[in-house]
Design a protein. Structure first.
Length: 174
């Protein structure tokens, strides 16, 4: 399968693919935990969760600073605004669940069984939340952006503006 230039340059496709990566990574942690227990899962989770949290933060940042404002500006209906507010709230919830999970794996646990049950429950909750959230974005939000040339143009403009800001920040003042 080949990827054409439009796909590479289309931020909507790029961000949509990130959903699969997020779900896959969480699913992999869950499989290791259930199959191999805490001895194998703990170090893996301690190592993976900080990078994972950062990837999630960047994903949410892109949506909140680029996709959602573009959509709210170009299709400012009550329904769209309501959906965007709910999605933003869910971003906060997912970050909070991830923080809790990180704290949980650092806390002393009375037994391996209790650890597996507790962490497994948290991981599954987070996976389900991510999946439900991603379905709304992939089936409703992203198609609206892709099908609206004005919205897509605004997405590209805002993305460029964020890139310029980041480059300016990275360049030391003369
Ligand atoms: Fe989102
Ligand atoms: Fe998303």
């Amino acid at each position: 399968m080949t990827v054409n230039a439009e796909q590479i340059n289309n931020p909507v496709l790029k961000v949509a693919r990130e959903h699969d990566l997020i779900v896959d990574q969480l699913g992999e942690l869950e499989r290791v935990l259930v199959r191999s227990g805490p001895a194998a899962a703990l170090p893996l989770m301690s190592q993976a969760l900080p990078g994972f949290a950062e990837a999630m933060r960047q994903h949410f940042f892109f949506e909140e600073r680029i996709f959602y404002p573009a959509l709210a500006t170009t299709i400012p209906t009550a329904g769209i605004i309501e959906r965007i507010l709910l999605l933003q709230k869910e971003h906060g919830l997912m970050e909070e669940r991830l923080r809790l999970l990180t704290q949980l794996i650092q806390a002393p646990c009375p037994s391996a069984e209790a650890f597996v049950a507790l962490v497994h429950h948290e991981l599954l909750d987070l996976v389900n939340l991510v999946k439900r959230h991603a379905v709304v974005e992939i089936t409703d939000i992203f198609p609206r952006i892709n099908q609206n040339p004005l919205c897509l143009k605004m997405v590209l403009d805002l993305a460029q503006r964020e890139t310029n800001k980041a480059e300016k920040k990275a360049t030391p003042e003369a």
